[in-house]
Design a protein around this ligand. Structure first.
Ligand code: THG
Length: 366
């Protein structure tokens, strides 16, 4: 494949120097920022993520900050998830929908204070939707993208590495909660979250100056734990059923189709955009939904939707796929019509390398 030409539009991150020194081999573009996708090889990175600990430059998980008296009201307008009981110190995975109930993003919302929220976005230009709502409703809130860059520490040894750098207190941070911890005199928000199923943390690094000092401190403290630079791993995230906005679901899908109905309390999410549309789909239920798809016989890289067929008719599509070393099969995420979404349903998937036998599963591998 050809190289990507660097330019100011394709933003570097506070950790890019560390990523390059670690020998990054491939990037993708996410929120107009560089996101590493491979260091040694996808398979080596995968085994290492599951056995040791990695430091990930996920600065591309950009923050939209809401600040002001109407911040909480605006946040609840954005999502059908009920935020009324959310406390400071909590993070919520929140579907964001438009007025038709179509998904615009699936970020992590961080409640920093009653009047201050961060929305840690997936790959879509959500800022303009949020600014438009704030302006259109004349809300008393500032909306912008501060230079706050998440750095993830993921893997079974993540607790030990984080304790070595931030102190033993980080061990007590619960899943999808965060606390403030000192690094070289700077207070940083440290959450137990991240885009893997191996456990770990995300540090919200404010500004560029603290980026490389923190990166280097983690690499130094982790030497005995075989720490390595890593990144969200394609195989591990498909095994774990972690969805990728723009790949596995788009504005054409409702949260219920994406399997995110459990994060919607549309009845009680008062004021949320798309409420009427979602109440309708929640009542009737989706007619297609995300499923784990097992594929026999090996799969090529997946850079477009692959049709899922049954008896010569299209019944869905595969949107992410790879080969799993640990499960010794092709693993995939797909959208399947309700007539064919039951556990064990045999299908055919049309890959660029030819048709493959596929099986629908109700649960993912991890
Ligand atoms: N962390 C932060 N920001 C992010 C991501 C992240 N922004 C972009 C992207 N990832 C947003 N998408 C997701 C998708 C899945 C999860 C988080 C963000 C996730 N899901 C868990 C799961 O499915 O098992 C659990 C969610 C829950 O139970 O609340 O973690 O990773 N900061």
């Amino acid at each position: 494949m050809a190289l990507i030409s660097p330019s100011r539009r394709l933003r570097r991150t506070p950790f890019s120097d560390g990523v390059e020194a670690a020998g990054v081999k491939a990037y993708t573009v996410y929120n107009r920022m560089l996101l590493p996708t491979m260091f040694r090889s996808i398979v080596e990175d995968y085994h290492h993520l599951k056995s040791a600990v990695q430091v990930w430059d996920v600065a591309c998980e950009r923050q939209i900050e809401l600040r002001g008296p109407d911040a909480a009201r605006l946040m609840q307008m954005l999502t059908p998830r009920d935020l009324s009981k959310m406390q400071m110190g909590q993070c919520f995975y929140v579907p964001i929908v438009d007025e038709t109930g179509g998904m615009l993003n699936d970020p992590v919302a961080v409640k920093v204070a009653e009047d201050r929220w961060w929305i840690s976005i997936a790959d879509s230009d959500l800022l303009y939707w949020v600014k438009g709502l704030a302006y259109g409703y004349r809300l008393d809130v500032l909306v912008d993208e501060p230079d706050i860059s998440p750095l993830a520490v993921q893997g079974p040894k993540a607790d030990d590495l984080m304790a070595a750098v931030f102190g033993d207190g980080v061990r007590n941070v619960k899943f999808f909660r965060y606390g403030w911890f000192d690094f070289q005199g700077v207070s940083m928000a440290v959450a137990r979250s991240g885009y893997s199923k191996q456990g770990g943390f995300e540090i919200y690094v404010d500004g560029t100056a603290n980026g490389m000092p923190l990166w280097n401190a983690l690499m130094e403290a982790g030497k005995s734990m075989d720490v390595h630079a890593g990144c969200p791993n394609l195989i591990e995230r498909i095994e774990g059923g972690l969805l990728s906005y723009g790949n596995d679901m788009t504005r054409d899908n409702t949260p219920h189709e994406a399997g995110l109905g459990k994060f919607c309390s549309t009845q009680t999410a008062i004021g949320c955009v798309g409420r009427d549309a979602l109440l309708r789909v929640a009542k009737e239920g989706p007619t297609q939904q995300i499923r784990a798809i097992e594929i026999d016989g090996g799969v090529p890289p997946c850079d477009r939707a692959w049709p899922l067929m049954a008896g010569g008719k299209r019944v869905g599509q595969v949107t992410s796929a790879t080969n799993s070393p640990d499960y010794d099969t092709g693993v995939a995420i797909g959208m399947v019509k309700m007539t064919h979404w039951d556990e064990g349903t045999p299908l055919q998937v049309e890959t660029p390398d030819g048709p493959r036998a596929a099986t629908v599963h109700e649960k993912f591998w991890i």
